[in-house]
Design a protein around this ligand. Structure first.
Ligand code: ATP
Ligand code: MG
Length: 264
């Protein structure tokens, strides 16, 4: 279904992603872990074509995604909707309009300017919000919602595009544990009920273990682990994070960054 081969991204002398290979045969829920700077975001951004790869290839259902240009590239970006740590909503705009924003790339400029949304789209947006348990907030400004609710609005906006893949770059890194759980459960449900592939960069290992079928570990731009949560031993996890015995599964990738500096 999705084949990533020898995918590489360099920024000057720095290699952010180094010859990454990944094969996904069916729509799985995949968690990508690794310490800060390991290349997780760069990998997702190349998948979505927000960033061009320096070399290597991405194939989705036999199509060469890396070669898409113009409208074909934008079409691909709708097929693999992305959600971010900071939600990226329009804060002063109401929730339902934020969700409808997900349809903008298939509407004419004129109807977009005047905020003219077809009734069918509005109904669909409300249905999606309802499914995520936040339909009652539809008329409110996005900024009036909690972080967890805002992230669900971002998921609703992504679903509005009916994507085959949902890419999530640290979707719960700014949320408290309760909201983090609700957002991860929403992603899991979307994966299970709709059969959509979910690829999420996660900043803690225990979240990846709990919600994902498959965990990919990155270190220094390379994929150094690819397997099930069961196959991911504590020893392997330490190797991915380059951490010593002080490593804990609940530690975040940013916390691990500072472990080195703590004297043994
Ligand atoms: N636009 C850019 N220009 C230059 N270097 C970049 C750019 N984006 C990323 N990098 C570098 O590429 C490497 C990988 O960065 P990336 O953001 O992919 O890591 P990450 O695993 O997502 O880290 P984090 O957990 O902190 O989000 C880092 O060394 C980073 O400094
Ligand atoms: Mg990142």
């Amino acid at each position: 279904m999705l084949v990533i081969s020898e995918l590489t991204k360099t920024f000057g002398a720095n290699t952010a992603v180094a010859r990454a290979n990944l094969e996904v045969d069916k729509p799985q829920m995949i968690g990508i872990i690794g310490r800060s700077g390991a290349g997780k975001s760069t990998l997702l951004r190349m998948l979505n074509r927000l960033t061009d790869a320096s070399s290597g290839q991405i194939l989705f259902q036999g199509r060469d995604v890396t070669a898409l240009r113009g409208a074909a590239r934008r079409g691909w970006q709708a097929e693999c909707a992305m959600i971010f740590q900071q939600f990226n909503l329009v804060p002063r705009m109401d929730v339902v309009s934020n969700v409808l924003h997900g349809t903008l790339n298939r509407r004419s400029t004129l109807s977009s300017i005047f905020n003219l949304y077809p009734d069918a789209d509005i109904t669909r947006a409300i249905e999606i919000l309802d499914r995520l348990g936040i339909a009652q907030h539809a008329p409110k400004r996005a900024e009036a919602l909690s972080g967890g609710q805002q992230q669900r609005v971002a998921i609703a906006r992504a679903l509005m595009q009916d994507p085959q893949i949902i890419l999530a770059d640290e979707p719960i890194a700014s949320l408290d544990p309760m909201n983090a759980q609700v957002v991860m459960q929403s992603l899991r449900r979307i994966h299970e009920e709709d059969g959509r592939m979910v690829i999420a960069n996660l900043h803690t290992l225990d979240t990846a273990r709990r919600y994902c079928d498959r965990v990919v570990g990155m270190r220094d731009g390379k994929i150094v682990f690819d397997g099930t949560p069961e196959q991911l031993t504590t020893g392997m996890a330490r190797e991915i994070y380059g951490a010593d015995s002080s490593f804990s599964e609940a530690a975040t990738s940013t916390e691990i960054e500072t472990l080195d500096k703590v004297p043994a």
